[in-house]
Design a protein around this ligand. Sequence first.
Ligand code: LLP
Length: 463
Amino acid sequence: MSRSAHPAGPRHADVLPEGHYTAPAEDLNALDPKVWAHTVGRDADGVVTVGGIAVTQLAEEYGTPAYVLDEADFRDRARAWRTAFGNDADVFYAGKAFLSRAVVRWLHEEGLNLDVCSGGELATALSAGMPAERIAFHGNNKSPEEIERAVRAGVGRIVLDSFQEIVRVAHIAQSLGTRQRVQIRITVGVEAHTHEFIATAHEDQKFGIPLAGGQAAEAVRRALQLDGLEVIGIHSHIGSQIFDMSGFEVAAHRVVGLLKDIRDEHGVELPEIDLGGGLGIAYTSDDDPREPHEIAKALTEIVTRECEAARLATPRISVEPGRAIVGPTAFTLYEVGTVKPLEGLRTYVSVDGGMSDNIRTALYDAEYSVALASRTSDAEPMLVRVVGKHCESGDIVVKDAFLPGDLAPGDLIAVPATGAYCRSMASNYNHVLRPPVVAVRDGAARVIVRRETEDDLLRLDVG
Ligand code: LLP
């Protein structure tokens, strides 16, 4: 899913005979700042530290596996997005990447807005004090109860995803005696160069209303007639883990084309355009993500240019980065349990977590990096596959990587760039308990989401 081949070997390594793997040129003890959170380094003993705390200390205090999140880095990245887009645009952090009450407070303090896509995310946001007008509510199948809750709370926008939902939200808002601000999510027919399951702008999928065949125009036509709705703009999200800006360029062109058609037909210039999230991050050293200021500049220029050509006033732009903010800020800390060399193949390194804390490798063929974290080593590199403890052979965390040949049970290893879509997609498969999220900052650590316990599991099991 990362667009890179693994830095240390061929991408389709499985089908190649042994010997085609070349040991990595880089020092295995080095920590590439591209894939690690900002404050990560090694102390004088070679132990990985984050926010000034050694991972050995974190493991002792909080156990493993654990997601370790660099709060300063999270705030830096959130602020960088906010600053890059300035006051004429809004940044909505996509809560699906990872949401907790601490995160909501950091976002609030750093001046970001929040995109939620379920009643649960809405409840988390509201309970941590995010002002409702700074929340956008998404989803292709919001329940009437969820819609009512969002309208009652006074969310700043609901993003409408179907013809039925246009009527449903209008009806609920009207019955509550209010007018709900809404955007209409359209699919612009762009092929985003990413994994099929996370591409969202082509037409044959569940999200949005197709621009093709005049359907989006018809959706706007209907929404504009309904008293319960105030249509504030058009929304487009083309997919995730995207590096190439050309998809956004085509999307902006088509969205602005629709705004122009709306102006021509209804005499209304919609004031907002949301270009969604989806900006890629570095999972391995081969990935080269863009900086927020470059992205902001590119998107603003594209929209301004398109609007000038269409003789429209430039609408207020909003974006919804999730992964690009939280992804690089956390790593997963595991303890090595067994090390199993398979003659002529590779060495399987089993850790105390797996697909229940990171489903992305199994689901999207995602690539990750890994480092020995509790010490350094000068041993020869060995080709490894980092696997979990689940009863499933697809339970892979890192498919192909090199670790020092003296790796042993009890060593701590860390997988970087697991801040996005790992805790938020975690499961209890095999009744494995979901790890905590430990936030570190300026030499202090605290649990922001606690580890699940067997009591938690048994409490749900009421049979
Ligand atoms: N806005 C909308 C409407 C979205 O649907 C999404 C992601 C985002 C923003 C944030 O996208 P981001 O900037 O985080 O890429 N589980 C997959 C990703 C699914 C993304 C779903 N929607 C993964 O692990 O890669």
